[in-house]
Design a protein around this ligand. Sequence first.
Ligand SMILES: [Zn+2]
Length: 418
Amino acid sequence: MKKLITILVLFFIFFAGHSQNHRNCGTMASLKSLQDNDPLLKKKMARIEQDTKKWIKNHGHEKQKSVIIIPVVVHVVYNTSSQNISDAQIQSQIDVLNEDYRRLNSDASNTPSLFDTVAADVEIEFCFAHQAPNGGWTNGVTRTHTSKSSFDLGQNDAKYTSTGGHDAWDRDKYFNIWVVPAIKEGSMGGILGYSQFPGGPAATDGVVIAYHYFGTMGTAQSPFNKGRTLTHEAGHWFSLYHIWGDDGNACWGSDDVEDTPNQASENYGCPSFPHPSCSNTSDMFMNYMDYTDDVCMNMFSEGQKQRMHAAINTSRSALLTSGMCNIVSIDKSSAESVVKIYPNPSKGNITFDFGDINTKGKTTVRVYNSIGQLVFEEMYQDIASLKSIELPNAVNGIYMIHIDSEHFNIVKKLEIHR
Ligand SMILES: [Zn+2]
């Protein structure tokens, strides 16, 4: 009997992890686990809530001076090669964030007119970090192979290198996002993602998303293939609560936002409008903080925007001066050790391997022979990180290759031997 139960549980985990039909966010479960481990966290979050309300009272209706830019790092933690999602898939996710938080989403017109007046351009944008914690250049993505096929939200094991994940980058400078094979809570699988509210520990601050629910292409699976899982989880990270107030099916709970209607419980799938509960005209089920399918979500409210701006101006204010998206030049000595030229000696066909360093912008390659005559010159825009050139007319001998880019200048010696 015990064996049968084990098999059934494993069966459930397998299917819950592979064909998820209902949105399942682990943020409140993660919060409970953090609070169980830290008796002071509740108090700390209550103080943050006071700061939030005070900030909204004093600044909530001021016009935003400029759009807030949040530097992002995406830690891809993969077990199988298909879980090592492409840069293009990661880009598709950040594109969705930028559309949803600026109300540039193409489905904004689906917001019912009842709620259109409170639908907000949140005026927050997200950029890939270009400076790593060690000062070097990064494309804003780390990739780590792990032996684990799933991670536990209570243990937060995705967030530590020592437990098969990847350590967080400084949360005062980066918004950490982990993409993992699967997320479970104890023996329960099928969690799309989870987030940490302001006030939680620095080492675990950020959002974790399972790779089936990240971005709009590649491994993203319907009905969660429009990137809204991260839009939702980032909302929690900016201190938003679920729109129904996490009170089960009751009407007393609140998300502490005035312009979202009081709502009984979460909505799944794609309800048709109006869809009333708790004596409202309709639930705002198309809000990113409900549990509807990606294709049915299309708005944050002005009140939610105020809470998010309160978070970024109080508990998360260090990020305002992060500057981690600015492109850094890498110094000559480190560029010279990173950039490889091969084969060397060569018969005239050579390849440049720029590794991870930034090759955006203009790069000029010049080749001089041993008496200083220019035998090759070419300018490239955004040169590929792996680039081959031909020197068909170069005779046997020693050549100097000068590579000058917006970010580095190096000189390498090459021998031609046909
Ligand atoms: Zn949630």
